[in-house]
Design a binder for this molecule. Structure first.
Ligand SMILES: CC(C)(COP(=O)(O)OP(=O)(O)OC[C@H]1O[C@@H](n2cnc3c(N)ncnc32)[C@H](O)[C@@H]1OP(=O)(O)O)[C@@H](O)C(=O)NCCC(=O)NCCS
Length: 181
């Protein structure tokens, strides 16, 4: 399970490799991406991608964080994962797609597969997520997947060094399963 790869219609979701680091830095380090994520510094420093990728085997083995590289024709185009959220007390879904790949349904396709992994393989009863209010594209992705709003609040953003109004959402396994039939 530790090195699980997931294939969707167009994408392969696989563990990050050390060789992904330069491209990860380039794509996630873009302002349009970093500004919508909670914990990505801007500018994105040299060495951070390598450091982060090096933690993954241990994190997966511990059972808390499940990061996947999103690849298209063997090229990294984004990232997605299920992560522990102590604030939320549940596992949450996070994702990003490199700017030039926006608008093709890749985030929704990758997220659908990861939800299958979370509800199926991990047996989760519910998965949380969140987006900044201003991030309508992400709100749309989560709505398409069946997430429903559970609350609103201020959410940290490292790139902007600010707290930004955000929406909290959840998808239960029951409503996910009902949507699959
Ligand atoms: C949010 C993000 C992941 C979407 O990736 P994507 O692959 O383009 O998403 P999809 O194509 O699967 O779906 C995007 C949906 O948002 C819609 N959309 C795009 N821009 C929009 C906007 N400005 N306002 C409203 N809806 C918008 C698209 O039309 C599409 O919906 P549709 O299928 O009903 O037409 C991508 O923009 C991104 O990485 N942004 C920066 C990081 C980020 O926001 N991550 C999520 C943090 S919560």
């Amino acid at each position: 399970m530790i090195n699980l790869s997931i294939k969707t219609e167009r994408l392969t979701l696989r563990p990050y490799a050390p060789a992904d680091a330069p491209r990860l830095r380039e794509l996630i380090g873009a302002w349009a991406v970093a500004r919508m994520l909670a914990r990505i510094p801007f500018p994105y420093p040299n060495g951070l991608a390598e450091e982060w990728i090096a933690t993954h085997d241990q994190e997966r083995a511990r059972g808390g964080n499940f990061p996947f590289a999103v690849t298209l024709h063997n090229r990294l185009i984004g990232g997605i994962g299920l992560h522990e959220s102590p604030e939320r007390g549940q596992i949450t879904l996070g994702y990003w797609i490199g700017v030039s790949y926006w608008g093709f349904g890749y985030a929704t396709e990758a997220a659908r597969a990861i939800l299958g992994f979370g509800f199926g393989w991990l047996g989760l009863a519910g998965i949380g997520s969140q987006h900044y209010v201003e991030n309508e594209a992400s709100g749309r992705v989560l709505a398409k997947l069946g997430f429903v709003e559970t609350g609103r609040g201020l959410h940290p953003c490292l790139a902007r060094n600010a707290e930004i109004p955000g929406v909290e959402l959840e998808l239960t396994r029951d409503s996910w399963t009902a949507k699959q039939v």
